[in-house]
Design a protein around this ligand. Structure first.
Ligand code: HEM
Length: 206
């Protein structure tokens, strides 16, 4: 039984919980709905307009993310001490970061006709987010901020159907990112538990 005061479980319970997290993330990823063909067309068409403003959208998205969920800012060591969010709007680092995220969205849009490639891309991104210490509970916020940032750009072209299409894509990508994150977390836990299996320790071949 775990410690009721600290809220911590025993090592075995902790290990079990993490395996459950990984299993439920894998189940959620398997159940994630893929955008339908008509939604894929809508996303591609709207992307042609959005891409002209990707730097702007990237900045708006992250400044809003930090306004609405300040805890996300702490994950970024470059921005965690910046109190004045207005200063961030002109930050070169935030612009560069926003562009990295937007170019991932661009790649995802380009791979919408190759589901297996998009799946691999999103899982790998989840694995790298494990190493950035960016936990899955925050991922869904990004899709919501993306939608608020692109709506004014698309003006009257924005429709409830288009919003549904983008939401479906973000839910799909983020559920695979979560799966990748949990897989990597399991892999690291396993490596820590059995150091002899670490790839950098050549135990037999010498
Ligand atoms: C849909 C959700 C998200 C997407 C698509 C996304 C995408 C990306 C991409 C493409 C990179 C560049 C590096 C790489 O390719 O590995 C990156 C880096 C990073 N992300 Fe995310 N991200 C998401 C959510 C988040 C959230 C919610 C946080 C923090 C709370 C976060 C924190 C970071 C950090 C710390 C880095 C490394 C620093 C940097 O590259 O500037 N990410 N992300």
């Amino acid at each position: 039984m775990g410690c009721a005061i600290s809220g911590l479980g025993t090592k075995a319970e902790f290990g079990e919980r993490r395996t459950e997290d990984a299993a439920s993330a894998a189940a959620a990823a398997a159940a994630a709905v893929y955008p339908r063909d008509d939604q894929i067309q809508m996303i591609k068409e709207s992307w042609k307009v959005i891409r002209d403003d990707i730097a702007k959208v990237g900045i708006i998205m992250f400044v809003r993310l930090f306004e609405t969920h300040p805890e996300c800012k702490d994950v970024f060591f470059l921005f965690r001490d910046v109190e004045d969010l207005e200063r961030l709007r002109s930050s070169r680092e935030l612009r560069a970061h926003g562009l990295r995220v937007m170019s991932f969205i661009e790649k995802s849009v380009a791979r919408l006709d190759q589901q297996d490639r998009l799946e691999a891309l999103a899982q790998e991104l989840g694995k790298s987010h494990y190493h950035y210490s960016a936990p899955p509970k925050y991922y869904s916020y990004v899709g919501a901020e993306f939608i608020s940032a692109v709506q004014p750009i698309l003006k009257e072209r924005w429709t409830a159907e288009l919003e549904e299409a983008w939401k479906t894509l973000f839910q799909y990508v983020t559920s695979l990112m979560k799966q990748g994150y949990h897989e990597e977390s399991e892999r690291q836990r396993h490596l820590a538990a059995s150091p002899r299996e670490r790839p950098d320790k050549r135990s037999t071949a010498l």
